[in-house]
Every structure is written in C-alpha cells, then in structure tokens.
Write a protein that binds this ligand. Structure first.
Ligand code: AQP
Length: 340
C-alpha cells in the first residue's frame, strides 16, 4: 500500500503557510493512503527551544492536525522523540550522507546565515534526520511545501546510496534489493509557497520576527482582518489574467492564498476580482480567511483545554509508529552488521 509520511516542527506559531502548504493537504490522503503525521520535536531543537514552549508547541501542532480533519484513528499522529528509532536510523544516515551534500542545502545556508561556525551540528545534519523520518516507514509519498523539495531530493540520494552501498548485505539477508523506496514528493496546488505579508519575496515563516508577516492559526478574526488589511501590496488594480501576476509577488501571493482557501485556481479568482482594487479584494480575502480559520482555531482551543487527551493521542500514535519503525530497524541492524 502507498504510505504517506510528513512532519511539522513545533518551533513556533503555526501559520497559514504550514496549513495551506502542508496540513490541509494531509487530510484527503487519508482516503487513499496509509498516513503517518509526525510532530518533529527533535528537528525543532536544532535551534534553541525553551522546554515549556516546546511542549506547548508540540501539543499545538497535534491539535492543528486533528482540528484540520486528520483522524487519529485512521492516521498515526505522534511526536518524533517518542520513537527512538528515528535517532537510531538518523545516525546510520549520518554515515551514508556526505558532508558536501549537506553543505549544499539552502535551508541550512539560510538559517545559518554568515555565522555558520556557531549553529548546532544538529542543524547541519537536519536533512539526514528527515530522511530517517521518512524511510523508517518506507514512505512512498511525502506531501510538503516547496521549501522542502531539496531535502526530499537528499532523502532520495540517501536511499539510493544505502541501497547501493549495502547491496550485497541486503541480498545476503534475503531482503528486497530496493530496500528503501525512492520517495516521491507531493508538491502541488496554488499554495506550495506562501510568502510573508510584509515582503512578497520572503516565505511566510514561524521564525520571522514580525508577527505581522504571518497569519497564525490561532489568530482571532480581528487579527486576521488587520494583518490582511496591512499586507504590503503595489498600487495597481488586480490583473485580469494570471500572466499579469508574474512580476507582482505580493499580488501573486494574496491571489494564491485566496485561490487555495476557496479551492479555486488563480484564474478563477482573477475572473472575479480582475480590474478591481485592493479595497475590494482585501476585505473579501479577510472574510474568506476567517471563515476557514476561525472554526479550526476554536477546535484547536477546545482540544488544547484537555492536555491529557492530546497526550494520549500522541502516545497511542507513537505505539503504532514504533511497531513499523522497529521492523525497519531490525532489518537495518542486520544489513549494517550490528550484532544483537
Ligand atoms: N510559507 C510556506 N508556504 C507553504 N508551505 C510552507 N511550509 C512551511 N512554510 C511554508 C510547509 O510546512 C511544513 C512544515 O514546515 P516545518 O515545520 O518543517 O517548517 P519550515 O518548512 O522550516 O517552515 P516554517 O514554518 O517557516 O518554520 P521555521 O521558521 O521554524 O523554519 C512543510 O511541509 C513546509 O514545506
């Protein structure tokens, strides 16, 4: 059966980009795939996280999954650190991946900035842990936003090199020669890369210091409306066709958000709003965003009122994940030559 894995870091306030680029797309996959959705807390600590904040954010991501429509019975929902096999496989992959591959990762370069001597070793090794997350479950498909495309390619490189390096051992153990699958990214739709509301050339991000740059999933209706009203735009009217968005990143972003939230194409949105000014479009976008996000925020708050239930979902998910993870690790230990 095709199996889907994806993860979200509990590294700050979840935002509209995380929702449209990832979480929302997780929901329909439950019908066609076996689905595993992970709160990747071990990834989050690659940059400093205050422990209480990490706990809060971990439960918040789990609540967002459920509020968005992920069924904890049908899907496996858990936090990464409860399944120690992630760390174990990541170590093996640290010994498969090459320094040069890691050094080419644009997310590392962006996050490390000029000061790469003083970032954690974990931040450098991040994609190797991500490959372990995915391949531990032999996932065939990974729904992610566009920013994760390069990390997915690295996951494929790691799987290929592992399968090649250990070809003889894999055969000797009587296992499939394509031991790890070559995972396909699922990156599609009008919202693969939502941009900052303040700067149409920067992606909307949890770690942007400006709260005005993002719509958080727990923002109230008032905050959402204000942020959209203040969003940076040019002065021109909305174009009549998609081509007219090509060198207007802020306009392109807001039209893309409208399209994604209303399940339409950008062309459909422009058929309705082309030729009109921002004074018409922004209130309509705010109303639409509130109509989608407010019920979800209410449900998240309700779930976060009962931490025991959230923690039980994570614990139950971890138990189910561990069964699959341990099967894979048992084979990996044999392949690599670790004695048990
Ligand atoms: N702006 C975005 N547009 C579309 N998709 C996005 N994703 C993130 N930002 C956007 C997708 O959300 C999923 C979870 O991402 P993550 O938790 O691994 O964090 P990230 O990709 O590093 O981005 P963030 O949210 O900005 O976090 P920080 O600031 O902590 O790095 C992924 O599928 C991602 O593609």
């Amino acid at each position: 059966t095709p199996r889907v894995f994806s993860g979200i870091q509990p590294s700050g306030d979840l935002h509209l980009g995380n929702y449209l680029g990832a979480i929302r797309r997780f929901v329909p996959l439950q019908q066609s795939h076996e689905t595993i959705y992970c709160v990747v807390d071990m990834h989050a600590i690659t940059v400093w996280q205050e422990p209480n904040q990490l706990r809060r954010a971990t439960r918040e991501v789990a609540a967002a999954f459920i509020a968005a429509g992920i069924d904890p019975q049908k899907s496996i929902i858990f936090n990464q650190s409860q399944v120690v096999q992630h760390a174990e496989l990541a170590w093996v992959f640290n010994c498969i991946a090459r320094m040069g591959w890691m050094a080419r990762m644009t997310q590392f370069k962006d996050k490390a900035g000029k000061n790469s001597e003083n970032v954690s070793l974990g931040l450098f090794a991040y994609p190797s842990l991500m490959a372990a997350d995915i391949l531990l479950y032999k996932a065939t498909h990974v729904p992610v936003g566009d920013d994760q495309k390069q990390h997915l390619e690295l996951t494929r490189d790691i799987a290929t090199k592992f399968n090649n390096d250990y070809r003889a051992a894999i055969g000797a153990e009587g296992l499939e020669p394509d031991f790890f699958p070559i995972t396909e990214p699922l990156i599609a739709g009008p919202a693969t890369r939502i941009m900052s509301l303040r700067d149409g050339t920067k992606k909307m991000s949890k770690s942007d210091p400006s709260d005005q740059s993002r719509i958080s999933l727990l923002d109230d209706a008032d905050a959402i409306a204000k942020k959209i009203k203040r969003a940076t735009t040019d002065a021109a009217e909305l174009p009549n066709a998609v081509e007219g968005l090509s060198d207007r990143p802020e306009a392109d972003n807001l039209v893309g958000i409208f399209a994604a939230l209303s399940d339409q194409s950008k062309a459909d949105v422009l058929a309705e709003f082309g030729g009109q000014g921002w004074g018409k479009f922004k209130p309509a976008l705010a109303e639409l965003a509130v109509s989608v996000l407010a019920p979800m925020a209410d449900e998240m708050r309700r779930l976060l009122d009962d931490l025991e239930t959230i923690d039980a979902v994570l614990r139950d998910g971890a138990e189910r994940a561990r069964v699959i993870a341990e099967d894979t690790m048992t084979e990996v230990r044999r392949i690599v030559g670790f004695i048990r």
